[in-house]
Design a protein around this ligand. Structure first.
Ligand SMILES: [Zn+2]
Length: 265
């Protein structure tokens, strides 16, 4: 089994098949420099690369991070000037608005949109609707699941370098931008079973509202009445309301249960 320490190296190998096309923007190709001093990559922190790319904006050159980039505290070494080739291959215009990446050594799936039909025949792309299936049945290890700040919104930033590579399919860590969320696959499965057995409008579902109302014995509350099975199962409801599980539930419902507007595109 090929082991990976750095998510961007896995992306370089799997998505780009170890041979990314040069990233050419209006001003030309990205500016390369020899890493003679073995400096750490500004993005991921590795220092074992011979040739890197200029990280920060400079009027004369074409850099990896744009002038408007504002998330320097998420970088391993924002003070350094070079980015490694692996991170460079992931920090490109085409990936900045992705909602997430699900990847192992065999495939990289790029999440784009909630549920759209613009994906065409390129099977690298999936939608936020597909997230639940991957959370319940993670890819064979090593794998990662990294989500942007908002797993289905339009505004994104670079998030892959914050991903965690997992070796267990039963207990694993996903990231939402720079936040790590511990996933128990057992919980994911029990939750999906529960909502399958107890249908309802889960798309705007907030378990903590039910929890609050049940604690206050406010059984006439609208949310409580909408989800009677959950309101009646305080043990499971409490489990749903942990910080990790609330985020997982949010992901499980991405792109689901929403009214479909068919637009011609
Ligand atoms: Zn790097």
């Amino acid at each position: 089994m090929q082991q990976y320490q750095y998510p961007t190296e896995m992306f370089f190998d799997v998505h780009h098949k170890s041979n990314p096309q040069s990233h050419i923007i209006k001003k030309g190709a990205r500016q390369q420099y020899n890493n003679d001093n073995n400096d750490a990559c500004a993005i991921c922190g590795r220092n074992d690369f011979k040739v890197g790319y200029l990280t920060h904006f400079n009027r004369k050159y074409v850099s990896v991070l744009s002038e408007s980039y504002g998330e320097h505290s998420s970088l391993a070494h924002p003070e350094n000037r070079l980015t490694c080739p692996y991170c460079e291959s992931a920090i490109r215009d085409e990936f900045v608005s992705l909602n997430g990446i699900i990847m192992n050594t065999e495939f990289a799936k790029l999440i784009i949109g909630k549920q759209n039909s613009k994906l065409g025949t390129n099977n690298s792309y999936i939608t936020a609707r597909d997230i639940a299936g991957y959370l319940a049945e993670p890819p064979s290890p090593p794998f990662l699941m990294a989500f942007n700040k908002n797993a289905s919104g339009n505004k994104g930033t670079h998030f892959l370098h914050k991903a965690v590579i997992n070796y267990s399919r039963d207990n694993y860590i996903i990231t939402m931008y720079d936040e790590q969320i511990h996933v128990s696959r057992d919980f994911v499965k029990r939750y999906l079973d529960f909502i399958a057995k107890n249908p309802g409008k889960y798309n705007r579902f907030t378990p903590q509202n039910i929890y609050k109302s049940v604690l206050a014995a406010n059984m006439e509350n609208k949310t409580v009445k909408s989800f009677p099975a959950l309101a009646a199962d305080m043990g499971f409801l409490t489990e749903c309301c942990t910080s990790n599980n609330l985020k997982i539930i949010y992901l499980l419902h991405q792109g689901k249960g929403e009214s479909k507007k068919t637009k011609k595109e």
